[in-house]
Design a protein around this ligand. Sequence first.
Ligand code: C2O
Ligand code: CU
Length: 470
Amino acid sequence: VHLSRRTLLKGAAALGAYGIGLGAASLYRSAEAATPVTLEAKTADALLDGQHLTKGVMTYGADGAADAMTGPPMPPTLRLRKGEPFAAKLINRLDEPTTIHWHGLRVDNRMDGVPFLTQPYVYTGDSFDYAFTPPDAGTFWYHPHCNTLTQMGRGMTGLLIVENPEDPAFDAEIAVNLRDWRLGSDGQFIEQFKPRDAARNGTFGTVRGANWQVEPAFDAPAGGLVRVRLVATDVTRIYTLKLAGADAVIVALDGQPLPAPVPLDQAVLGPGQRADLVLRMPDGEGQTVSLVDARPSTAKTVATFRATGSSLKRDLRAVAALAANPFTPPDLKNAEAVPLVLSATAENAARESFCGSLGYSFWAINKVPWPGDTSDPTAPLAELKRGRTYLLNLENLTPHLHPIHLHGMNFQVVSSSVRSVPPLISDTYLVLPDEKVQLALVADNPGDWVLHCHIIEHQKAGMTSYVRVV
Ligand code: C2O
Ligand code: CU
């Protein structure tokens, strides 16, 4: 795609307003050259439990962006290309404010979609133009950052795939949007959360789903190699995913390619996390492979893959590593430590907030419970100097798991107090009870970046903060 000189200058001038001359060579340049996809935030009725039409589902409608696999009302799966400009016009047809956050994508801060911190609300009837050029290829997703327990709980969790033209070709590709629904026996939404659960593991859905269906069956070529993109977009559930009936390798986690494919035993995905598998389909036509959430006591098949046609006779050992994304290696010798302590809080101050805090403070980061999205946020956790390496010393003082997500930058996992961890690059770390972990990052993207637990009740009941990169 051709960027005119004028576009580049415009972009550079706008960034200059932040006092940082990023210039056009930055990874995080805005993209004003792409034809925008329209994403209309709206409500719809949908068959989610397979039996009743659920009213008041919240979703995105799109023109020209829908993937063949996704029919309405599942939000369209967006397909971008690494290094190519992308633009989306959000039009708000809900009767409350919204925004879009591009989960896991390293974008310019103004495009990050966090009300008050990076952009104003998009009110009913208004629109907002997002534009960026993704520096990384992989499996990502998008969702609002406003009244999220309701908006995401009712459906606004869409997949976003950034293709890399250099990726090897597979015989098929299937993207699976894993999430549940909190419905009553009549198929209608019930209370989104229980305070008692919000103060523990979160409130679970009642209907387990994948791609807005109950246990969908996907066809794939017999004996073929299938790239399966698994995305955990549920507001609460932590998945332990296994395959029954076939072998597979993991080629990427949280959008980031692994240095070499790893045989799949299980993939544990907290809310927000992704795994890219390459699955070798069985040879016999009609044979099926089950994708199982194997967490004890709630074990369930969430989707199946059915072999079609005569066998392509592929070999799983032929699967090579995907090309790595750009990542500036942290300078650990000169790293500065940033404490990041997760705890429960006794301060149960219900505060007024516009954008959907739950009215409870059960959780805190560095002892400060996030007051909800407001025009007067708390001070940043830390001010990071651009280009320097930081070690986030994440410490979980709670008996619960928390998928901690950082916006705008990727970190590398350095060490854990309770397990041996590979040096994964990621945007979300699922921290175990009582675990201490070190996450290293180079502060290379200027702006205010939230970090929060992606169990949305935890996020909205205090477990949110942000760092400022200057
Ligand atoms: Cu998917 Cu603030 O995150
Ligand atoms: Cu949490």
